[in-house]
Every structure is written in structure tokens, then in C-alpha cells.
Design a protein around this ligand. Sequence first.
Ligand SMILES: [Zn+2]
Length: 317
Amino acid sequence: MSNIRTISGEIPSHQLGFCQCHEHLMISKGVPSDRNPALCIDDIEKSKQELLHYLAAGGRSLIDAQPVGCNRMEYALGILARETDANILCSTGFHKLYYYPEHHWIHTFSEKKLADTYIHEIETGMFVGSETCEPDDFCSFKASMIKTALDKEGLTDRYQRLFNAAIEASIFTNAPIMVHIEKESDPLVLLDYLTTKGVTAKKLIFCHLDRACDDINIIKKIVGEGVFAEFDTIGRFKYHSDEREIELIKELLADGYGHQILCSLDTTRERLRTYHANAIGLDYILKTFIPLMRNSGIGEKQIHNFFYENCVSALAI
Ligand SMILES: [Zn+2]
């Protein structure tokens, strides 16, 4: 039987339960929120209530996708896991460089030092307070996966260094690599880069393809190689309707890719109901989107796969 790493330790994979693979539950104030005020989610009591609504609706697990040194709140996440009994999975890795200050260590660390940082976070413990100083102090909570970001600028030297570190850490720890895919980037070039350097496609989760990729054939090519496609433009009506989201999911199902679909909300402050009264809330998938999928004819087994089996396949170690 396989195990899953959570912030509270390893659990047998059957205990993962209903899982949303890309959320944001806590982000402290800093450069991310200077860039976008919706990226400040720093009230632990509100985040706890949000999580309790999710658990009450049938949720069990989620990934917090904020990486090290980028205003991740590792202690708060540990407290939330302990107080609610939710399975929280944390991220090491890197985000778009746009989200870091000019003099941040992410710009100067060597590939090796970055890889060692990521491996330490997964195997030993996550660094604390590392947005303002180099990673040094750490806690006993561990990261589960390696978040990365493909920016519009593509695989320039500065991004190759970051991706190479993520690759080394993934191969060493067997942790999956999650990729933020930016609109106007080329995910196929990245996929080729990663697999050429020895990462198996099954260890990759490509996020936001449903809003970053206008061409469904590119998404099909990516999943055709074995990558997990994470659809997280659910309840994000400035991009497209939920009906459109379901059409995309059905296109992949029709081609037999039902075992590679993950669904999540990629929440920000503006989509958490305890922060914004009219927001959709972390329980939106359970309460609204799953009933919509059912009504559209997507079968119960398929829906179950998106939130249970596929998550285990993507995250098991
Ligand atoms: Zn995100």
C-alpha cells in the first residue's frame, strides 16, 4: 500500500479521502499581496472556519500551493491541520519570479543549493520565515510536493536553474512536481525539458491548463504523455462559465483521460467565503460543481476518480 505525505506526517493513501489539489488557505502579507491584494489570506480563524465548512461538506484533504520563501504560512497550516484534523499537504519549490522581492535568495542560490532546500523541506522540515532571510530555521512540518511555475518568458536561464533544482529534488524524494502554467507560455516545451531530464510524466501535475491553453489539442497532447491535468478554473467566471469547464472535462473523458484529471479552485482571498461574504467558498466544488457535473451526465465513478483515486495516483510516494 502506498503512503501520502501530509503536514502532520505520512498517512496510508486510503485515508486521503476527498482532495482538492491546488488551494490557498494561508498567505502572509508581502510581495505577492503587494502585486495582488487577493493574495493575502492571513487570518487563521477565518481560514479555519473556511476549512471547517469544506470538511462539513465532505472534504478531507487539500494542497496549499504556496511555496517556500513566498509568504507560505507553514506554522499556521500546521495548526489548522491539528485543530481541524484535515489532511493538509504543503508545497516547497518556487513561484513566478514576479512574486519575489529583488534581493530574495531565490535569485542568487545555485541550482544545488535550491535543490538541497527543496529536499530539506520534504525530508526534514519546512523553513520558516524564509521570505525575509535565507532558509535557516525550520519546523517539523514537511512539504509534500514541489510547486513550480512556467512563466511567459519560458525556460530562460533563471528559470532553468529553478526547474533543474525542482527536477533534482523530485528525483531524489519521489515528490511530484506541480506546475503553474501561465497563459502565453509553452507547456509542451516544458514537458519535453522535464522528461528529457529524467522526470516521468506521471510525477507531473500541470495546473490552469483550462484557462492557460486555448487549444484543447495541446491539453490532450500533455495528458497523452501521462501528465495529470489540474482543472481549477471552476467558479471563475471572469475566465469562463462552469458549463464551459464541464465541456472541457468531457472532451478529455471522451478520449479516455479520466484517470488524469484533478479538480480544484486555486482559491484566493476573494474566493473564500469567510473573507468575502459573497465568495464561492472552499466548499463550492462539493456543493455546486459536483451536482452540475452529475446533471451534465458525468458518471459517479468518474467524479469519484477526480477527487479520490487520481489524487492518490498523483501524490503517493
Ligand atoms: Zn495557486
